[in-house]
Design a protein around this ligand. Structure first.
Ligand SMILES: [Zn+2]
Length: 130
């Protein structure tokens, strides 16, 4: 794994991890926008941080548990955020494409995710896979 704190952030922002998603994953900072939260959740998937994913999942749709250590392993290759739209004061959508490999085969996930803000915190609600 090359996802050390010194290398560039897995969310493909081009910034170092420590000054990008590391703020949210390691320093308990609050994501100011749904896009920042979405990026940090993608990074959490690459780092297998189930705790962070569950903490940022809205209670209405959050699974009881999450296991990212299953086989075959998903190898995340990169993220492209295509659209970020705040649709109401406390609602936003983020459209993204994420690339990954399973067993050496490349796949692409294209999704529109819904986010809500409660008590000043953004949460992932659900998504529509395109
Ligand atoms: Zn990042």
């Amino acid at each position: 794994m090359k996802n050390t704190k010194e290398s560039s952030c897995p969310c493909s922002s081009g910034k170092p991890y420590s000054s990008c998603c590391g703020h949210y994953l390691d320093q308990n900072e609050t994501a100011a926008t749904a896009e920042n939260l979405m990026r940090s959740r993608y990074t959490a998937y690459t780092l297998k941080r189930e705790d962070y994913l569950l903490a940022t999942w809205h209670s209405s749709t959050r699974p009881a548990s999450l296991d990212l250590t299953g086989q075959p392993a998903q190898q995340w290759l990169g993220l492209t955020v295509k659209r970020h739209e705040q649709t109401a004061a406390d609602q936003a959508i983020v459209e993204f494409a994420a690339r990954y490999k399973i067993n050496g085969r490349a796949h692409r996930l294209h999704e529109i995710s819904n986010f809500v803000r409660e008590g000043g915190l953004w949460f992932y609600v659900d998504g529509e896979i395109l």
